[in-house]
Write a protein that binds this ligand. Structure first.
Ligand code: FE
Length: 196
């Protein structure tokens, strides 16, 4: 018998509210148009598109669509915390929007000072960048053989997920991830968040 130790759970849920998704898409485009500080930050950092990550920290107070979203996200985060066997109630700590233009990428990173992180996908054109998760033990694998390409999911060192609009992914904040190149046409809209 072989046992699988030290799982890396990934929550894969659905927003289930198409009307809210449309409102959020509209709000993201408005922010991308009006938030000068965010536009400058995105430009300085070479981000192909717009993110409110460094400029706005009060979206749920500004816009009822984000307040509705906040409540829904809390439900998902609580369900996931239960699955993780955590005896805590996650609290939304930050929430920001991302508008990626064709050619945009987001290199590998983790989300410090948080317990859960995640993304809601709002508009995903065909061939828009997938999100890639990486086995957090990779830096310790000094001489590990390469795995077969068709290895089962729980044995692969990288997992790429091509999300659809309405998908909510949640993971533990230490999991390193990146957004691969957006090779489609049109804008890739998403909302990312941290729970503390
Ligand atoms: Fe991230």
């Amino acid at each position: 018998m072989t046992r699988n130790l030290f799982a890396s759970p990934l929550y894969d849920g659905q927003l289930g509210d198409d009307e809210l998704l449309e409102e959020l898409a509209y709000s993201i485009r408005m922010l991308a148009q009006d938030d000068g500080a965010g536009q400058r930050w995105s430009k300085e950092k070479g981000y192909k598109g717009y993110t409110s990550y460094a400029s706005l920290d009060d979206l749920p107070q500004r816009d009822p669509a984000f307040d509705d979203l906040k409540r829904l996200l809390l439900k998902h985060a609580r369900a996931f915390a239960k699955e993780l066997a955590w005896d805590v109630k996650p609290k939304l700590d930050s929430l920001w929007v991302n508008l990626m233009k064709p050619g945009a990428v987001h290199s590998a990173h983790i989300h410090p000072h948080s317990i859960l992180s995640g993304t809601l996908y709002v508009e995903i054109p065909k061939d828009a960048g997938a999100i890639r998760f990486e086995d957090p033990r990779l830096p310790m694998m000094m001489a590990a053989p390469v795995r077969d390409e068709d290895a089962p999911e729980h044995l692969r060192p990288f997992i790429d997920i091509a999300p659809a609009a309405g998908t909510i992914l949640l993971w533990e904040s230490f999991l390193r991830h990146e957004v691969l190149s957006h090779n489609g046409e049109g804008e890739r809209l998403s909302i990312s968040f941290n729970f503390a």
